[in-house]
Ligand binder design. Structure first.
Ligand code: GLN
Length: 490
């Protein structure tokens, strides 16, 4: 059951090869066995999952159900889940139980999925290693001494270790693609506005997007079908027709040997510069050659502002974070200091105790760049860079269907390596943050292994709202290769 695709799981449930309760129990047992070593889950809702599984079995017995009915999933612990703890990886929300479900959660519930629990992440999604969680470091299933990437490290590690067939994540500057790359799973960050942010605790509102982690592009498409689409509760949600993200996957190619015939792959030269590790470069190059064999053509393109993306992102994201996190003041919800003299001291102590170091650093940076006298010098400049970066992508995407490159400059690195050097950690985001600044969709798919057998992810960047096309290209690649089917020995 662990290796079956979502469609195969649904078929198995329909054919009564196994019940949803059995399926759910299989994953709960695997979580019980492996999570102590991986620390991928913060909360496991064993009882709730079995109740939902029994309900799904009853719904299936009663008649027509959707394709995800009875499929066990989990959510990054940054999505609000009614009645189940939502910590955001922070001590601040140690005891927070949301009174409502995020739209993504509600839609997956309505689709009949079973929620196994909530996955670990960097505190308020700030980080690239999952070392910033108040609930401990997540271990990479391919090598327990290494990071899984971040901030959705728990989701990526859990899918890689087959603790759940599919899990949600969020991506503000790479937090779906980078951990997907480091853990060898498929992860997709949708176009800004394609997935509702309602009930997804905000980090940087103009950059945040929720998306799926799964074993394959096909599974990601099925999940998107369930939770993407307009939501009137999110004012930045794109008002568009509901779409079927699987619609291009079943298409039969005219020449079966060349399923990618006619596809133009843009290869930005700036994504293959000095900072890229040799083993990652080799795996990406081999993947591009493989796609060429499948009929695609390679087009050299340029993204000249690439090196400005990190400075722009690390001004804009903290600026928005400092504003978003002001709500955690110890009054309405979250941690409140036990002792204080007056209101001001209550705020200060509650925030100092509730937030970890990285979150405090971002709040300070964000407050600084927004303050009088520095606003023009930093924040406004960053907004201008953001525009230039988006223009780079539009120019490059005019020449191709998707852009290809690495998602991370290296494979997973040892836990602790960057713990004392935040700038070093920020630099690891070089290939991902620009995409959020531009608002484009992108994904990471497993494309090979580097030194020590660690997974390498190929990043694909598509045009606005062109997820279906990107998923099709990823799917054809996955039909021709088996990197996505490889599992770590645990
Ligand atoms: N690593 C980036 C950061 O720390 C991206 C995080 C994310 O996408 N949530 O901000």
């Amino acid at each position: 059951m662990l290796e079956l695709s979502l469609n195969q799981l649904a078929a198995g449930l329909s054919a009564k090869q196994f019940s949803c309760v059995e399926l759910t129990q299989t994953f709960l047992d695997r979580i019980a066995a492996l999570n102590p070593a991986l620390n991928a889950f913060i909360t496991v809702d064993r009882d709730g999952a079995l109740v939902q599984a029994a309900a799904a079995d009853a719904a299936r017995a009663a008649g027509a159900v959707g394709p995800l009915a009875g499929i066990p999933i989990a959510h990054k612990d940054i999505f609000c889940t009614e009645g189940v703890l939502t910590t955001c990886g922070s001590k601040m929300l140690e005891n927070f139980v949301s009174p409502y479900d995020a739209t993504v959660v509600a839609r997956l519930k309505a689709a009949g999925t079973v929620m196994l629990g909530k996955t670990n992440c960097d505190e308020f999604a700030m980080g690239s290693t999952n070392e910033n969680s108040a609930y401990g470091v997540v271990k990479n299933p391919w090598d327990l001494s290494r990071v899984p990437g971040g901030s959705s490290g728990g989701s990526a590690a859990a899918v890689a270790a087959r603790l759940a067939p599919a899990i949600t994540g969020t991506d503000t500057g790479g937090s779906i693609r980078q951990p997907a790359s480091l853990c060898g799973v498929t992860g997709l960050k949708p176009t800004y506005g394609a997935v509702s942010r309602w009930g997804m605790v905000a980090y940087a509102s103009s950059l945040d997007q929720g998306g799926p982690f799964a074993k394959s592009a096909e599974d990601c498409a099925l999940l998107l079908n369930a939770f993407a689409g307009f939501d009137e509760k999110d004012s930045t949600s794109a008002e568009r027709e509901t779409e079927d993200y699987t619609r291009l996957l079943a298409k039969v190619p005219a020449d079966p040997a060349k399923p990618l015939a006619g596809v133009r792959l843009g290869v930005p030269k700036e994504y293959f510069g000095d900072g890229l590790a040799a083993d990652v470069r080799a795996a990406i190059e081999t993947a591009i050659v493989e796609m060429e064999k499948l009929g695609a053509v390679r087009v050299e393109v340029s993204l000249p502002q690439t090196e400005l993306a990190i400075p722009a992102y690390y001004v804009i994201a903290p600026a928005e974070a400092s504003s978003n996190l002001s709500r955690f003041d110890g009054v309405r919800y979250g941690h409140r200091a036990a002792q204080y003299k007056d209101l001001m001291e209550m705020y200060c102590k509650s925030r100092a105790q509730g937030f970890g170091r990285e979150v405090q650093r971002r709040i300070m940076v964000g407050t600084y760049v927004l303050s009088h006298g520095y606003y023009d010098a930093y924040y406004l400049q960053a907004l201008k860079l953001r525009r230039l970066i988006a223009q780079d992508f539009s120019a490059a995407l005019a020449k191709c269907d998707v852009l290809l490159g690495p998602a991370s400059p290296t494979t997973a690195w040892p836990i602790g390596q960057m713990a004392d050097d935040p700038v070093q950690m920020y630099l690891a985001d070089i290939y991902t943050v620009a995409i959020n600044l531009a608002g484009l969709p992108a994904m990471s798919i497993p494309c090979g292994f580097g030194a020590g057998g660690l997974p390498v992810g190929l990043q694909m960047i598509g045009n606005y709202f062109d997820e279906a096309r990107m998923l099709e290209i990823a799917h054809r690649f996955q039909q021709a290769t088996d990197f996505h089917a490889k599992v770590p020995a645990l």
